[in-house]
Every structure is written in structure tokens, then in C-alpha cells.
Ligand binder design. Structure first.
Ligand code: TXA
Ligand code: MG
Length: 356
């Protein structure tokens, strides 16, 4: 199959019209959203949805998100709309918030991986909305990466993973947020299953207390059941090994430098993902500044592209851990998964080094 890439900027009309006709014909189309690129299929057609799992190599017990272009479409996809959904939808849609509730009968089990609940979101990206509107069906879409890889934040990342597997990629440039939507379950107590740009603090300001699923910052225990099936799989793994170094900017950079030279001595190639607060300490070594600790949304915006692009250049990435308030939680959730939870406490490490 030849994969066509069409600019959603210069050819938006034609691109989304072709995309919508492919979706209606049961084919797959990759498209930009404000979070990451999605790999879309007709969300009411189980066979079309199965093609997504094939193209991604995704385990078929991991459910998908349905994307809609009008708030009122939610009523068709959920058994009913619970009262507390309304203020959330009014405040955060369109935007990077996915809501989970009991599904309506029209939603095929291929989308929900057999669950009785379904995840729905209304993206704000223009191209995404035009595509959904023209397709006249909800679009089921996971991130458009091969399963296990970092999510794509530009069309080149999608092409790298999907070339020859899908007929069309709509190229809308770089994604605004760079991490996937916040996933909030409204079944029982409101619970964040995956943190994102709509933070716990923002949600609580609208609906009061919101829980965090246990596995957001740690691996699932052997006997724990994943609140969200996606959490149990290896995720966001670039070609290189990733090690997270946690601590203050000073402790972190000291530890990173020491690890850097140790790894070089072992014959490894190493790259550092630094922050605005530490970059000046890494003069003369391979370090890429990906954002500012005081504005973790800047780290989110660059993380996946850095993992892909820097990960292709080296054996080991040393990445800095940051605080987990606001968007820091989404950043640490993705980074720790990319590292397989390989994490070093900088201050403890530095203490041991001084003793030796
Ligand atoms: O920003 C996003 O959400 C992007 C763009 C393309 O919209 N999509 C995305 O989809 O990240 P995906 O499939 O990569 O992640 C969906 C997550 C998975 O962790 C999945 O397990 C969870 O949502 N999920 C979906 N339906 C669920 C359900 N009914 N119950 C629990 N978790 C669910
Ligand atoms: Mg994904």
C-alpha cells in the first residue's frame, strides 16, 4: 500500500474530504490533533476498527477513544450523560480531555475491547474536527505510533511508523501539547486514569475531588488490575535505553554528569535531555534542552519528539525528573514509562559517590 501524505495546512479542504471518504469506506487515516497524531477509523464499524489494531500491532484488549466533532454527539455514544459530565464538557471541550462512561449499544465491542464503558473526546484541532464532521461518524483513534513506541507529534513520526500500512496521513505540523489527552473515568468516583494537559488541579476546580489511578507514577503490581488496560503495556519506548534522574537541578546535573562519564567509559553513546535550569551545567557534552521546569507543559510538548529523535542517535538517554504538580504529572507519567521505571535518586547517588 502506498501511503499518501497531504498537507492539512495548504490542502485542508481536499485532504479532509479525501480522509472522510476513506473513513467511510472502512479505511484508516492518520490525522493531527492538539495532543498527538491519531490513527482513525469509523468508530461504528467493528471491522474497520480491527484494522487499527493490525496496523499498530496493538494488543486487542486495549480499548480506543471515540472522537466527536459536536458535544451533542456524546448522547448517542453513552448509555446516558451523568450530571457531572456537563460542567466538564462546558469547560474543557473541545480540548485534551477524554471522558469514560457506560457505553450505548451502537458502540461496537471492538472499540471498547469488550468493556461496557467507552472513552470519548472532542478534539480542538481544526483538521481533526473537519475530518470527523465530514466523515459523519465518530472516529475511533489511538495514537498513530506502532504499539510500544513514543506517540507521534508530527507527520514524519507517523510516516516512520506507518509507511505502507495506511493509505493517508494528514500533515498538520507539530502538535500543540505533545502528550495525549487526560483520561478521566466518570464511572464511580471521578478518577484520572492518564494525566495530561487538563490537570488534576483544573478538574478539581470544576467538579471537586478527583482521584488519581494508582499506577500513574509506578508500575502495576503483579496482582493489580489495570484501571485502564493501556497502563499494563510497555509504552513510549524509544530505540535507546532511558534512565530518569530525579532531584533538584543542582543534584540532578551532578548525578547526570557522573553517570554520563561512567557510561562513556563503558563504551556507550549517551545523550542528556536537560531543562532550562540545568543546560548550562552540561557544556561540552551531548545535551538537548527540552523545556523549563517551572513550565512543565514545555517539557510535555517536546518529550516524545526528543525520545524519538535523540533516541535514534545513542545507546542511553539520561533524562531529568521534575515535580509532579500541574503538567509535571503528565510529563513524569510518560517519562517513567519510557524508562521502564528505571529511576535514580540524584541526592542518594551523589551521597554514595562522596563516600567512595
Ligand atoms: O490525546 C489522545 O487521547 C490521543 C489522540 C489521538 O486523541 N489518543 C490516544 O489514544 O492517546 P490511545 O489509544 O493511545 O490511548 C487511550 C487510552 C489507553 O490507555 C486506553 O487503555 C484508555 O485510554 N481507555 C480507552 N477506553 C477505555 C475504557 N473504556 N476504560 C478504561 N480505559 C480506557
Ligand atoms: Mg497510545
Amino acid at each position: 500500500m502506498i501511503t499518501q501524505v497531504i498537507s492539512a495546512v495548504t490542502q485542508e479542504e481536499g485532504g479532509t474530504t479525501l480522509g472522510a471518504s476513506l473513513i467511510r469506506a472502512g479505511e484508516l487515516v492518520a490525522f493531527p490533533t492538539e495532543t498527538v497524531y491519531g490513527l482513525g477509523a469509523n468508530g461504528l464499524d467493528g471491522e474497520a476498527v480491527n484494522r487499527i489494531f493490525e496496523a499498530k500491532g496493538r494488543p486487542n484488549d486495549n480499548p480506543l477513544i471515540l472522537h466527536i466533532a459536536k458535544k451533542s454527539d456524546l448522547k448517542k455514544l453513552w448509555a446516558h450523560v451523568p450530571d457531572r459530565a456537563y460542567p466538564l464538557i462546558e469547560t474543557f471541550w473541545p480540548g485534551p480531555l477524554t471522558l469514560i462512561f457506560h457505553k450505548a449499544d451502537v458502540v461496537p465491542y471492538e472499540v471498547t475491547a469488550g468493556l461496557e464503558t467507552v472513552a470519548v473526546r472532542m478534539p480542538s484541532d481544526r483538521t481533526a474536527r473537519a475530518l470527523i464532521r465530514k466523515a459523519e461518524v465518530p472516529i475511533a483513534a489511538p495514537s498513530a505510533n506502532r504499539s510500544g513506541k513514543p506517540s507521534p507529534t508530527n507527520a514524519k513520526h507517523v510516516l516512520d511508523d506507518m509507511d505502507g500500512r495506511i493509505p493517508l496521513i494528514l500533515d498538520g505540523g507539530d502538535c500543540k501539547y505533545g502528550v495525549e489527552s487526560t483520561v478521566l473515568s466518570l464511572v464511580g468516583e471521578p478518577t484520572i486514569l492518564r494525566p495530561g494537559a487538563i490537570t488534576r488541579e483544573m478538574l478539581e476546580a470544576v467538579i471537586g475531588p478527583v482521584r488519581l489511578a494508582a499506577s500513574i507514577l509506578k508500575p502495576l503490581g503483579e496482582r493489580e488490575v489495570a484501571a485502564s488496560p493501556g497502563m499494563k503495556y510497555k509504552h513510549y519506548a524509544p530505540d535507546a535505553r532511558v534512565i530518569v534522574v530525579d532531584g533538584t537541578p543542582e543534584e540532578t546535573s551532578k548525578c547526570v554528569l557522573s553517570l554520563y562519564y561512567d557510561l562513556l567509559e563503558e563504551g556507550k553513546t549517551v545523550e542528556v535531555l536537560s531543562t532550562a535550569q540545568t543546560q548550562f551545567r552540561y557544556r561540552g557534552i551531548a545535551a538537548t534542552e527540552i523545556g523549563d521546569r517551572a513550565h512543565p507543559e514545555t517539557l510535555c510538548a517536546n518529550l516524545f519528539s526528543a525520545l524519538r529523535e535523540v533516541g535514534a542517535l545513542c545507546d542511553v538517554i539520561l533524562a531529568e525528573g521534575v515535580g509532579t504538580s500541574e503538567e509535571g504529572l503528565a510529563y513524569m507519567n510518560r517519562l517513567l514509562r519510557a524508562a521502564g521505571f528505571d529511576r535514580i535518586d540524584a541526592s542518594e547517588y551523589n551521597k554514595k559517590q562522596t563516600k567512595q
